[in-house]
Design a protein around this ligand. Structure first.
Ligand code: NAD
Length: 488
């Protein structure tokens, strides 16, 4: 694979602050996960760079952007959606190159979803309304007239992970901009390129300078500086629970609002009456899509005992059938993990699974080639209390667990620190609704995996996060509700 993302390709790898590109003093190396080779040297934003970006964002908020009506904000978001659509092939190429995923996957999910998200929130921008609320009057002396308005929270710090960077950046930018906020985006250091390209599109769309600022950099420097900055009103974070915890603690110092979208350990429940063939296809996708580096990856497969052997064998076959390799080869169905550390982490979980007595039925190691690949791996007879069933692996590793009764399935599904999503495979409408009501998760899908949509609220219960983004919930999360009372 030739290196095509460096400065020679014309891709900007600097800082986008106040509508202009500049370079930081330091750089960090962005590697190609499929080869381990250098893709680009990217500007590594410092605390001073973050400060410049926050100052620019505040000035834009208090200047022209603050006076821009919703209908004009919506028009800009529509223009941005058009530009992302125009550059869809290039953005998919950057995502495949930088994340290591097969290029067809961002073409199918990440980029169209980003376009749909910008369009969805373009539609909200001029429809953010308050309410008129009847009240009893002022101390018995005079009647009152009360109403609410939704105002932008202010300057939003948006911190993005590496697994689907463009899409998650859109999830944060769409609602924030529709509601009239300004934003400083901190892209992931492992895969910043698509968000940097988005910066050029934001400028081309005509957003005023300072409305969106993009500061690539390391988490512990640029990310931490953004969270600590007193000029940031809210942090919208997607990433690991460990960093989410740090962010919530740091945000408390300045009473910042936070939205945290964290990890998951999604159960996929195959009921006795399920269409097993359909379930197997969906489960395989939920395990292997994006190399399993998906917050909602369906990694705990709970199977009614009557289908247990069938599902275990079929998933082992599906794992063996995956073709690992060059993200740009037509035959490739699974790419590389993001970096060497993640590869080691996932391999260590596989060893732990074996050591804790689970039965390895497919995969279980890395191919002997360059790049950070891990073979798709299936464990059967997994105890839900074991490490591989409890901890988020963030790689292509599935744990299959049998159950006998619906009550048992619910108990196992909920026996986890996480609560992001769940999938239920059943043809019984009543059972589907019963299970959907009992499972503690922010999203429940019946007979499909990861049916996400920008119109639907997204977020987790328990350790999977705090708050919701997308849909009307995304507007609520990006506004402050103010009440005005007039004593008549
Ligand atoms: P991560 O927490 O390591 O990093 C996420 C972002 O936080 C990066 O931009 C990183 O630079 C930044 N960061 C790191 N340390 C920081 C600090 N001290 N202060 C401020 N920012 C800091 O996560 P990751 O490895 O990039 O992503 C994987 C995790 O993200 C998984 O746990 C996954 O489940 C989760 N995720 C969740 C969702 C969701 O919607 N719930 C979506 C995708 C990924």
């Amino acid at each position: 694979m030739t290196i095509t993302a460096g400065p020679e390709s014309g891709l900007t790898t600097g800082l986008f602050i106040d509508g202009a590109w500049s370079h930081a003093q330091d750089t960090f190396a962005d590697l190609n996960p499929a080869t381990g080779e250098l893709l680009a040297e990217v500007s590594s934003g410092s605390a001073a760079d973050i400060d410049r970006a926050v100052v620019a964002a505040r000035a834009a908020l208090e200047g022209a952007w603050g006076a821009t009506p919703g209908v004009a904000r919506g028009a800009l978001l529509h223009r941005l959606a058009d530009l992302v659509e125009r550059d869809a092939a290039e953005l998919a190429r950057l995502e495949a190159l930088d994340v290591g995923k097969p290029v067809g996957q961002p073409g199918m999910l990440d980029i169209p979803n980003a376009v749909a998200t910008f369009r969805h929130f373009a539609g909200w921008a001029d429809k953010i309304q308050g309410a008129t609320i009847p009240t009893a009057g002022y101390l018995g002396m005079a009647p009152t007239h009360s109403y609410t308005v939704r105002e932008p929270v202010g300057v939003i710090g948006a911190i993005v992970p590496w697994n689907t960077p463009l899409m998650i950046a859109a999830w944060k930018l769409g609602p924030a901009l529709a509601a009239g906020n300004t934003v400083v985006v901190k892209p992931p250091e492992d895969a910043p390129l698509s968000i940097l390209h988005l910066g050029t599109l934001i400028a081309e769309a005509g957003f005023p300078a300072g409305v969106v600022n993009i500061v690539p950099g390391l988490g512990e420097t640029a990310g931490a500086a953004l969270v600590a900055h007193p000029g940031v009103d809210k942090v919208s974070f997607t990433g690991s629970p460990e960093v989410g915890r740090l962010i919530q603690k740091a945000a408390a110092d300045t009473f910042k609002r936070v939205t945290l979208e964290l990890g998951g350990k999604t159960p996929q429940i195959v009921c006795e009456d399920a269409n097993v063939e359909q379930a197997i296809q969906g489960i395989a996708m939920g395990l292997f899509f994006n190399q399993g580096e998906v917050c909602a990856a369906g990694t705990r497969i709970l199977v009614h005992r009557s289908h247990y052997d069938t599902v275990v064998n079929a998933l082992a076959q599906a794992a063996d059938a995956q073709v690992l390799g060059d993200p740009f080869a037509e035959t490739t169905t699974m790419g590389a993990l993001i970096n060497a550390e993640q590869q080691c982490r996932v391999l260590a979980y596989i060893e732990k699974g074996k050591a804790e007595g689970a039965r390895l039925v497919a995969g279980g190691g890395s191919p002997d080639e360059p790049g950070f690949f891990v073979r798709p791996t299936i464990f059967a007879d997994v105890d839900n209390g074991s490490t591989i069933a409890q901890e988020e692996i963030f790689g292509p590793v599935g744990a299959v667990i049998p159950f006998d009764t619906v009550e048992e399935a619910i108990a196992i599904a909920n026996d986890t620190d996480y609560g992001l999503a769940a999938t239920i495979w059943t043809q019984n409408v009543s059972l589907a609704h019963t299970l959907a009501s009992k499972v503690r998760a922010g999203a429940v899908w019946v007979n499909g995996w990861a049916a996400i949509d920008p119109a639907l609220p997204w977020g987790g219960m328990k350790a999977s996060g705090i708050g919701r983004e997308l849909g009307w919930a995304g507007i609520v999360a990006n506004t402050e509700e103010k009440v005005v009372t007039i004593v008549l």
